[in-house]
Design a protein. Structure first.
Length: 147
């Protein structure tokens, strides 16, 4: 019915369509990078955290546009959620990041206390930053030591 060349051509075209669809349907090349001043803290120290939106390298797309830079920072420890803050960044237009670029979202100085001012016990704490208008989240772990 089909010759060997025709069959090989059809198989290559099918493989090409599958590869293209896997890239086109994949999530955009964005990530949230959280950079702490260190990863272990003693009571009384301050954790300084900086948040960046990074457009990583990929084949598709050339750039990514998101509605806003509005984000939420949440800190969860051994006893549950201990801190949450929404940061609304007012812009008239959406934000576009080109492949390979990064943009600072914000920063936080956390005094290792909950919102009521109570010092946090020792343990591992997960810090997450998520965009409010785009499905994207980044997270890291830090540790509070006993002394």
């Amino acid at each position: 019915m089909f010759g060997k060349r025709t069959l090989a051509f059809l198989l290559l075209c099918g493989a090409g369509i599958l590869i293209f669809n896997s890239f086109a349907g994949s999530t955009p090349p964005l990530e949230i990078k959280i950079i702490p001043n260190k990863t272990s803290f003693r009571k009384g120290e301050v954790a300084h955290l900086e948040f960046y939106l990074v457009c990583t390298f990929s084949l598709l797309p050339e750039s990514v546009t998101i509605p806003s830079l509005n984000h939420q920072v949440t800190i969860v420890g051994p006893t549950g959620a201990v801190y949450s803050k929404r940061e609304l960044i007012h812009r008239a237009e959406p934000v576009t990041l080109r492949r390979g670029s990064e943009m600072k979202l914000g920063e936080l100085d956390w005094n290792l206390r909950d919102l009521s001012g109570k010092p946090m016990p020792k343990g591992v704490y997960k810090i997450s930053v998520s965009l409010l208008d785009y499905q994207l989240q980044g997270e890291i772990l830090i540790e509070i030591l006993d002394t």
